[in-house]
Unconditional design. Structure first.
Length: 284
């Protein structure tokens, strides 16, 4: 990937983080850690990889996206707003009475949301069903799903994996946000699902390991997924929980806690400075 495109995607990712944190701060609740860790993946998916039409969210032949880790909805809302499904300023109304921006994705209320999610593990099954539907109808659309590494402790994840491999769903890409932390701490201390890569291989997946914040690796992984026939792909994306905000990075405590005013101001300052620096490189 050329350097200009990388910078453009980094800017989008940091705007995702900024808008997500704004919504969480205004709501005084939400899940910043995982929302920040998936920002680069979402930026690439919606601005490079997926075939979608924001002006026609229900387009029958669109690629589908399922946020199985539904508690990171602020990041999904942010990328949808930046893509043009609605005014991104609406993300600031997160969890407010009367707002469409609920704490978990709502497919009936928010344009661009392909599946309502929340109960961990269930999104992976829905994504598999969507992918099978495309096969049965001879459609070319692809299905992408992001789940958490802690979510891989759910048995339903592996039932869905067995289903996807059995039906040879090569139009399905399952992305694991592997930041190593969940609400109760390190995933290996809580209920280790590791080695996640080897488990997906055992279930019949094409498995690719990447750095979730490296766009060259992200691009190569999705290219390989498209070229793989006869089996679904699992991308194990090693990420940093709280990515982009110094005091949130690699801290399990930021899984489900909103920043106070002082913390929010620091986070906003850091992200805006990053965006300014990147825009300077882009236009310099």
């Amino acid at each position: 990937m050329d350097s200009k495109k990388k910078i453009e995607l980094q800017i989008i990712a940091n705007k995702i983080r900024l808008n997500a944190l704004t919504g969480i701060f205004n709501a005084s609740s939400g899940h910043p850690g995982g929302s920040l860790s998936i920002a680069d993946l979402l930026a690439y998916l919606y601005f490079e990889e997926m075939n979608v039409k924001p002006e026609n969210p229900a387009w029958e032949d669109r690629d589908r996206f399922v946020l199985s880790k539904g508690h990171t909805a602020p990041a999904l809302y942010s990328v949808l707003g930046l893509k043009g499904y609605f005014d991104v300023a609406e993300v600031a109304t997160l969890r407010k009475f009367g707002s469409r921006m609920q704490g978990h994705p709502d497919m009936k209320g928010v344009p661009g949301v392909d599946m309502s999610t929340g109960s961990l593990g269930q999104g992976t099954s829905v994504a598999g069903g969507m992918a099978l539907n495309a096969k049965l109808l001879n459609k070319d659309y692809r299905v992408y799903s992001i789940l958490g590494d802690g979510e891989c402790e759910e048995g339903q994840v592996w039932e869905a994996a067995m289903f996807a491999a059995h039906y040879k769903l090569d139009n399905l890409v399952t992305i694991v946000d592997f930041n190593g932390l969940q609400i109760d701490g390190n995933i290996t201390d809580v209920m280790s699902p590791c080695p996640i890569d080897e488990k997906f291989k055992a279930f019949g997946f094409n498995v690719i390991l990447i750095d979730a914040h490296n766009y060259d690796e992200i691009e190569a992984a999705f290219k390989k997924a498209r070229e793989t026939k006869g089996q679904p792909t699992a991308i194990i994306a090693k990420s940093i929980k709280g990515k982009g905000v110094s005091f949130m990075e690699n801290e399990a405590g930021w899984h489900g806690a909103a920043p106070n005013q002082e913390q929010f101001d620091i986070a906003v300052s850091e992200l805006k400075e990053s965006i300014k620096e990147l825009e300077g490189r882009l236009n310099g």
